[in-house]
Ligand binder design. Structure first.
Ligand code: HEM
Ligand code: H49
Length: 360
């Protein structure tokens, strides 16, 4: 058991210290320290520099991520010293504030204490900011993806307003303690009303989305150490909102409404009414975020940025890994160079991984 941990630690220290241009001397010394710590405690503690670079490497190794050109620009908040639910929840609110930055979104990760035999920290939210989903006798209100988590929050005493866009509370759990739940203050939640640059009726659909996607359900693994609470954010690619979150039938499913307002013929597939509604919805999303000065990237620009990332990695003689099925954008995929290439989907570490949900 400690052998694997030591092996993972050695691989990580060798890669990171080499890239950080440290001497062989330093590498050897650090490895001795870690070996000793593992022998005494069964795990070891990262320096801040190791944690910071490890979080960046994990982003660079995220095969499904099209946004990796900016992997070196990640703001890392070290919150490993926090040991109470209240202080952890407060740090999450600070993360939301700092990352949002009034719309000039800053890629940020907050890392809480590593998993050890006597301490595990779990954030129950999928994303720090997300809308509730309610099952009612006449269908689902809100985000169907949130049905299970919304029920957990209600079990913990939360009561939503029952609207299409109720922001869920934060839920933090240490070990097997009763989960700690708090509402996010409204002034911390920056949202964008979705309007269309030409179709004035679009605003009557009364749809909006939140500015900052902050993934809080994945774990970060660096050199054999697992950080089960390590929420991270970037900014949205428009298609995530316009081609999936608002468009999927099992999400907000608004294409039929848009198509009716556009007066399209929904009686036959070949009118491509779905495609026309999709394009206008995605134009509206990009237009609205830009109008509100909230960071967003269109899928064409994001593809070009990813191409630059590929070139940088080749120049640095690092083998590129990627997951084609996630990298191609869901809208006009064949207009992206990604569509025409194959990618090695090998999983390198450090990386971000799914973990089993704390509730079920
Ligand atoms: C800066 C702007 C960024 C953009 C535009 C971006 C874009 C994306 C998109 C579009 C996806 C696919 C998501 C989906 O289809 O559900 C994705 C996946 C992913 N991104 Fe990025 N990303 C960015 C930054 C980051 C950062 C800062 C991290 C971590 C430090 C990150 C880690 C990941 C991971 C781990 C996945 C895979 C998630 C999964 O497997 O469910 N990304 N990214
Ligand atoms: N732009 C983003 N999008 C993103 C990134 C990772 C994961 C997700 C959520 N993906 C899960 C959904 C639900 C199933 C398929 N997609 C979104 C970012 C979120 C956090 C950093 S970047």
């Amino acid at each position: 058991m400690h052998q694997d941990l030591l092996k993972e630690a050695e691989k990580f220290i060798n890669i990171s210290y080499h890239e950080l241009k440290k001497s062989d001397q330093e590498i050897k010394a650090r490895l001795l320290e870690i070996k000793d710590e593992i022998n005494r405690f069964g795990y070891y503690k990262h320096t801040f520099e190791e944690l910071e670079y490890g979080a960046k490497l994990a982003w660079r190794n995220s095969n499904r991520c099209i946004g990796r050109l900016f992997w070196e620009k990640l703001n890392v908040f070290d919150m490993r010293h926090l040991s109470t639910e209240e202080s952890i929840a407060h740090a999450l609110l600070e993360h939301i504030k700092y990352a949002t930055n009034q719309g000039r979104i800053r890629s940020t990760i907050t890392v809480f204490h590593q998993k050890t035999p006597d301490q595990s920290i779990k954030i129950w939210n999928h994303q720090l900011i997300r809308y509730a989903g309610y099952q009612t006798e006449n269908g689902i209100i809100g985000d169907p993806d949130s049905l299970a988590f919304t029920r957990e929050c209600e079990k913990l005493g939360w009561k939503g307003k029952g609207s299409q866009f109720d922001v869920l509370p934060l839920v933090v759990q240490i070990n097997d303690n009763k989960p700690y739940m708090i509402d996010i203050p409204n002034d911390l939640i920056l949202e964008v009303p979705i309007h269309h640059p030409e179709y004035d009726w679009f605003k009557d659909l009364r749809i909006k989305w939140y500015s900052v996607p902050i993934i809080s359900s994945m774990k970060l693994e660096i050199g054999g150490i697992v950080y089960t609470a390590s929420p991270f954010n970037g900014w949205y690619m428009g298609t995530e909102i316009g081609a999936r979150n608002l468009a999927d039938e099992n999400r907000y499913n608004i294409l039929p409404k848009i198509s009716s307002c556009m007066g399209l013929d929904q009686s036959k597939n070949s009118s491509l009414w779905k495609d026309r509604a999709l394009v206008e919805l995605n134009i509206a999303v990009l237009h609205s975020y830009k109008e509100n000065k909230v960071s967003i990237v269109d899928h064409h620009t994001a593809s070009h940025q990813f191409k630059q990332f590929e070139e940088n990695e080749r120049k640095m003689e690092r083998p590129l890994t990627g997951n084609w099925t996630w990298l191609i954008p869901p809208l006009a995929p064949a207009t992206s160079h990604i569509f025409y290439k194959q990618y090695n989907n090998e999983i390198n570490k450090p990386n971000y991984f799914y973990q089993k949900p704390p509730y079920s």
